[in-house]
Design a protein around this ligand. Sequence first.
Ligand code: CTP
Ligand code: MG
Length: 378
Amino acid sequence: MTTAALIVAAGRGERAGGDVPKQWRPLAGKRVIDHTLDRFRAAAAVDRIAIVLSGADRPHWQDLEDSDLVLAIGGTDRAASVRNGLAALNGMAPDRVLIHDAARPCVPVALIDAVAAALGTYQAAAPGLPVTDALWAGTDGTVTGTRDRSGLYAAQTPQGFHYDAIVAAHAAYEGPAADDVEVARAAGLRVAIVPGAADNLKITAPGDFVRAERILGMPMDIRTGTGFDVHRFGDGDHVTLCGVAIPHDRGLQGHSDADVGMHAVTDAIYGALAQGDIGRHFPPSDPQWKGADSAVFLRHAAGLARASGYRVSNIDCTLICERPKIGPHAAAMQARMADIMDLEPDRVSVKATTSERLGFTGRGEGIAAQAVATLVRP
Ligand code: CTP
Ligand code: MG
């Protein structure tokens, strides 16, 4: 008796976003599809694996052409892709087939084997999770009713079938189908429910990648960066510190607005990301940054953190100067930098110290700032 796995991977992944369809995106060290294939390779019940791919993705799947996989080209909807995959398996005439979404890379190997085992008793079997949340009906963002959840299941894959039975069911089926169980039931097949797994999530929305990585055992990543900056006093009537202009009898010299505090904070974020410093992203040799509002730099660093999957957990910045007095402005500085980074104000701290009239800050030659940033990838 032979059992084939049929993995459908020809979708466009519109809801997940990104530059390439979700099955080709990296996840915990390899592509989503590689996780899915590895799970099926590890399942004792599976003898052969077929995969359904989109012609548009050919550059991504060249490596799979040289493997032991049976390849098929997808159709316009999932059901069409499944039919193409079933046809590609016709030559080996498997007794059973387990049809699975490539977008479920965390499927437990034990679940694959459990579905296959249930096919010893039933013509069809698929994993389902009893619905545990209360169910509502709603219109325009308002609850219009509640529904009884008893007897309801959330459907998962792999969905297993006797091969000849599902081929015949698909041949007879017309119209859209939520999954292969719907097709099988339309043909009169009895489908056993195997207990599903909470970890068997289908990557659908952008945030699902982080959830999948957590399931796959990617540990939470916490990073710390430090920043330090100095600007010299010169002529002027104000200084800009942490985004707030403070009247003063001197100004700070620099290529941009010389916001020494915001520069230290920005460099701390770049440091945590191992992404160099402000000078690397905004070269002082480039005239477009002359007199620039340093908010541009901080916004860029915070955006880079977000794009890399991190959130800024907290910032602590210390300004070192005798004058001007920072205390009366610290709350405004905190609010301004929190706003630029799109953070809650209580994640941003601004404080100050003198250097007891010692050194260049003590002599009033300039202002120094240091900052620490902690970034967390959940
Ligand atoms: N699939 C497929 N062929 C299609 C449509 C979907 O092989 N024409 C596959 C997807 O690659 C995915 C699985 O069916 O592994 C489940 O579909 P879904 O999660 O909806 O993925 P996509 O259709 O790619 O995503 P979206 O609906 O967000 O575009
Ligand atoms: Mg889809």
